[in-house]
Design a protein around this ligand. Structure first.
Ligand code: ZN
Ligand code: ZN
Ligand code: FE
Length: 756
């Protein structure tokens, strides 16, 4: 007796080979019916014996194509319809619009096999791809996801390619970027002025130049990389000086895990991430003895490593490099270059050669960066491979647009039960990055078909994103406090509802009292927050300058704790700093000139790093705190801390802790131990405060966010400590703990405000 089922499937199920997969699965189980794309996903009907239907439904989610991501399967039973075949129904214009678009994905094993098969017609073709792999998000101009709406539109498929494209049983069925040597994109090598060198084997020639120490700009998937041989210190040094990047670690790419393991220590979870279809950069500890140039990651115990993720990378890394530096093709903090002509203008002074191709990148997307902490992967920079996969929300929300903060900018759009956090934009401090933001907003609004009712921005009046929001007249606006956004972003990721205790440990966020917050505990939900604990304020002499020069913060904590006299004593520990300069800072603070008040936890880390002599000035955000953590020697020893009660809240005294650090430094305690004690103090103090406040407010969930949670010791130990006390602890994983998460939190707060 035949039975008929209608099945609706939602998620990333279009443009990923889903219909051919269903077709083959149905045929295998001798089922008749059809499969079709719909505005919401995929609809199918299958008819046949009960047992066959049962196995079909069981296998469906388990064996779905690698790029598919099923969020919902609904089935209904219908009277038999006596189908005689199984067919794939063609899509009609407009049908695929609302479906989710897949991110760009690493070259699959089938394509790799063909790439290196001398008999294959795509042997060594640098743009080989199929339905299971290749570019997506970065080549799409509009939806539906169809070749004519991608940067492949200018390439007309040859007969062979078109044959594959139209055959439902071929693994290139509807693979929009399909192409070959005859019909698809091509590569060429150019000199530093962008002049085509007319080389017949451009990739091998580029590899030869790399092995001779040259800098080659390589056009990739989401933008240009600047490549040099990572074993050649002089070459890496030259790249650094030309790029204007002093000390921030440079990412490495090696041909295989075995190669990476020659210079880095890779754990199981890291190995899984490195070989995942997203192919992110993963932060892993250096091997103590390695032959990577010291200039790659100076004063840092870690490398950022990745495996090849495009055919071009595989072809480049056939050549015997232990690793290539593959860093974003930009000058310091500008957006990564994506256009051939533009790249010559912007990177011509850096690169000796350009490895170009003629498939346009429509939307730039940097490499994503993750690291493992507490046994789980954590996003640090969420971009290529992950965008535009949404964060799935607990329930449908209103459509809003959020512009994020300033550093590590992202935007977020909400639609139904999804929050789409866009790719990493960079620091929104210049016009180029702002233009990138506006382009991304337009693009995502178009391809996601979102019509926001509200524009959400940070409370900080000086952020460029705030100015953009206030300058437009299309949408009403809402300002959201930075740490409220931090906490709510983590709530959203974990699907939390109702009040939580939010522990926001951060660098900088504008507070509702006009001070710079960053060491806060909030009682928060999606609508409101109350600040129930924070670090006592200290001045930041010089404002922004105090962030770039941590020694200024050390002077500030000492001054706030001891007063001016501390600098008059002949303190050996303070001899490295210029006495006149100290005098100027003290005067600034006394007269309250350009010395905003801060409760930042990040600044306290900076100041301790400066006081122990690690770093007076930083070359990239968070550097002092990162180095302090790397010097850490775990200890149960710690400093005394004070939890002052003010009203029904708590006040942490940073100067009381800092004074003890100072005593240790004065009496010559080793840096490793000072760092260990300092970290231990914060863990104990925050755990203590969270327990107290949870009890006081009748809460049992603690939500953590803020850039300081990129500190693994703090994250892991606070998770353990709070968990052991019976509290539920939630930490960021899918979205960064840093300001990359701000747009998500803002969007959720904005959407909630529309419900009222
Ligand atoms: Zn493939
Ligand atoms: Zn072709
Ligand atoms: Fe922040």
């Amino acid at each position: 007796m035949a039975q008929r089922l209608r099945v609706h499937i939602q998620g990333i199920v279009q443009g990923v080979g889903f219909r051919p997969f269903i077709y083959q699965l149905a045929i295998r189980h001798s089922l008749n019916g059809y499969v079709a794309n719909t505005p919401k996903g995929v609809e199918l009907e299958v008819e046949g014996g009960r047992g066959a239907l049962h196995h079909f439904l069981k296998e469906l989610p388990a064996s779905a194509p690698p790029l598919a991501s099923i969020t919902q399967i609904e089935t209904e039973e219908l009277p038999a319809a006596a189908y005689s075949t199984f067919e794939i129904k063609a899509s009609e214009e407009g049908e695929e619009r609302a479906a989710l678009i897949s991110p760009d994905t690493t070259t699959c094993s089938d394509c790799l096999r063909e790439l290196f098969d001398p008999q294959d017609r795509r042997h060594l073709y640098p743009f080989i791809n199929c339905t299971n792999c290749g570019p997506r998000y970065t080549i799409i101009n509009d939806i539906p996801y169809d070749r004519l709406k991608t940067s492949m539109a200018v390439f007309t498929m040859c007969g062979d390619c078109a044959g594959e494209y139209h055959d439902p049983l071929d693994r290139r069925f509807h693979a929009q970027p399909n192409g070959c040597w005859r019909c698809g994109p091509r590569m060429w090598l150019a000199d530093g002025n962008g002049e085509d060198l007319k080389i017949s084997e451009p990739i091998s020639e580029a590899a030869k130049h790399l092995s001779q120490g040259a800098i080659v700009a390589v056009k990739g998937l989401g933008g240009f990389h600047l490549a040099v041989d990572a074993s050649q210190n002089e070459a890496v040094k030259r790249l650094r000086s030309r790029k204007g990047r002093e000390e921030k670690p440079l990412a490495l790419m090696s041909s295989s895990l075995e190669q990476i393991e020659r210079y880095a220590l890779v754990g199981d979870e890291e190995r899984r991430l490195l070989t995942s279809s997203q192919r992110p950069i993963v932060i892993v500890p250096k091997r103590p003895e390695n032959t990577i140039a010291p200039e790659v990651a100076p004063n840092n115990g870690y490398f950022g490593v990745m495996l090849p993720y495009t055919p071009l990378h595989h072809l480049l890394l056939i050549h015997p490099f232990l690793a290539l530096v593959m860093t974003s093709g930009n000058i310091s903090e500008e957006p990564i270059a994506i256009d051939n002509l533009e790249s010559v203008q912007r990177l011509g002074k850096i690169a000796d050669y350009f490895l170009f191709h003629d498939r346009d990148i429509l939307l730039r997307s940097d490499d994503s960066i993750l690291r493992v902490a507490g046994g789980r992967p954590r996003q640090i920079r969420r971009s290529r491979g992950y965008v535009p996969v949404p964060i799935f929300l607990r329930k449908p929300v209103a459509e809003v647009l959020a512009l994020g903060g300033e550093l590590k900018g992202t935007i977020c759009l909400t639609k139904e039960n999804r929050a789409f956090v866009g790719q990493h934009l960079g620091d929104l401090e210049n016009l180029e990055t702002l233009e990138f933001l506006e382009l991304t907003v337009r693009h995502l609004r178009r391809i996601l078909e979102v019509s926001p009712r509200l524009l959400v921005h940070d409370l900080h009046p000086d952020y460029l994103t705030t100015q953009v929001a206030l300058a437009q007249e299309e949408l009403p606006t809402l300002a959201v406090q930075h740490h409220h956004a931090h906490v709510v972003s983590c709530m959203a990721e974990h699907g939390l509802e109702g009040k939580v205790l939010g522990l926001a440990l951060d660098g900088t966020g504008y507070g509702d009292d006009g001070c710079i917050w960053g060491g806060e505990i909030l009682v928060a939900d999606e609508r409101n927050y109350a600040r129930v604990a924070h670090f006592d304020y200290v001045p930041m002499p010089g404002g922004e300058k105090a962030i770039k020069e941590p020694w200024r913060m050390a002077v500030a904590y000492l001054w706030a704790g001891f007063g001016e006299k501390i600098f008059q004593d002949e303190q050996q520990a303070l001899q490295t700093w210029d006495r006149n300069q100290i005098g100027i800072l003290v005067q600034m603070m006394q007269r309250q000139i350009n010395s905003p008040l801060t409760s930042s936890c990040g600044r306290l880390f900076d100041a301790v790093a400066a006081l122990v002599g690690l770093r007076d000035r930083i070359a990239y955000e968070g550097q002092a705190a990162i180095e302090l953590e790397q010097w850490l020697e775990p200890t149960t020893d710690r400093y005394q801390y004070e939890l002052g009660e003010v009203g029904d809240g708590l006040l942490f005294s940073p100067t009381a802790i800092f004074a003890q650090v100072f005593d240790d430094v004065v009496s010559g305690v080793a840096t490793e131990l000072v760092s260990g004690k300092f970290h231990q103090t914060l863990v104990t103090m925050f755990a203590d405060a969270c327990l107290h406040l949870c009890k006081l407010h009748g809460l049992n969930r603690v939500v953590c966010s803020g850039g300081v949670f990129q500190n693994i010791f703090l994250l892991e130990n606070l998770e353990d400590r709070l968990g052991a006390s019976g509290l539920e602890v939630y930490t960021p994983q899918l979205i960064p703990a840093n300001d990359g998460c701000i747009s998500l939190g803002q969007a959720i707060v904005g959407a909630a405000s529309l419900e009222q």
